[in-house]
Ligand binder design. Structure first.
Ligand SMILES: O=C(O)c1ccccc1NCC(=O)[C@H](O)[C@H](O)COP(=O)(O)O
Length: 210
């Protein structure tokens, strides 16, 4: 299973989290986020990471030229679109960055939101389902209605996000069957400062049969 740890701000934590078992790391390229990192900071972290770790830049309301510039300068392998980007936007981005993974995040608060994800699957590689919060785009610690996701089987791989922690991950994965998971605040001391003990506990739990 893919495990993405998002909101990394410190290069040494990125190396430690990759060695604990993360398959993908997320870097927040949204200037209003407390987890924001500059392209130069991302580049410094990426330079220390093994090639097999996915390096994902998280964007919201960014233009296509801005995204392309940051992907290239920071050495990202994937882009996560976390605002209200349209299928057309995803399609143009994919044509512009053909070898870069495109993850479209959806902030789900209804079955209708969930069904709308089908309009995107021709233009993206991966769906990420996150919780809806009226003021914050991501990293909220709010969980989704997992019952609503029990039968979610899109035409592309998908990641479950939203309020996942070492304490609730078994309950989440017993109910929902994603291709991977994404965690941020559930393994943090404070925004952008990951708790390596909680990350280690998460991988220990994921390694046990359940
Ligand atoms: O984390 C942020 O600060 C953030 C800001 C703006 C857009 C997206 C953001 N995070 C995106 C993520 O992928 C988080 O990992 C996801 O929202 C889950 O967060 P959490 O509920 O804290 O596990």
């Amino acid at each position: 299973m893919r495990v993405k740890i998002c909101g990394i701000t410190q290069p040494q934590q990125s190396v430690a989290i990759a060695s604990l078992g993360a398959t993908a790391l997320g870097f927040i390229c949204v200037p209003t986020s407390p987890r924001y990192v500059t392209p130069e900071q991302i580049q410094a972290a990426v330079a220390q990471l093994p090639a097999n770790i996915d390096k994902i830049g998280v964007f919201a309301k960014a233009s296509i030229p801005e995204i392309i510039q940051i992907v290239k300068s920071a050495g990202l392998t994937g882009v996560q679109l976390h605002a209200d980007e349209t299928p057309e936007f995803c399609c143009i981005l994919r044509q512009s960055l053909p070898n870069i993974e495109i993850i479209k995040a959806f902030r789900i608060r209804s079955l209708e939101n969930l069904m709308a994800t089908a309009n995107y699957t021709d233009h993206i590689d991966t769906i990420l389902l996150d919780a809806y919060h009226p003021q914050q785009l991501g990293g909220t610690g709010q969980t989704l209605d997992w019952e609503m996701l029990e039968k979610f089987r899109p035409n592309c791989p998908w990641l479950l996000a939203g309020g996942l922690t070492p304490d609730n991950i078994v309950a989440a994965l017993s109910q929902v069957k994603p291709d991977g998971i994404d965690l941020s605040s559930g393994v943090e001391i404070k925004p952008g400062d990951k708790d390596l003990n909680k990350v280690a506990l998460l991988f220990e739990i994921l390694g046990r049969p359940f």
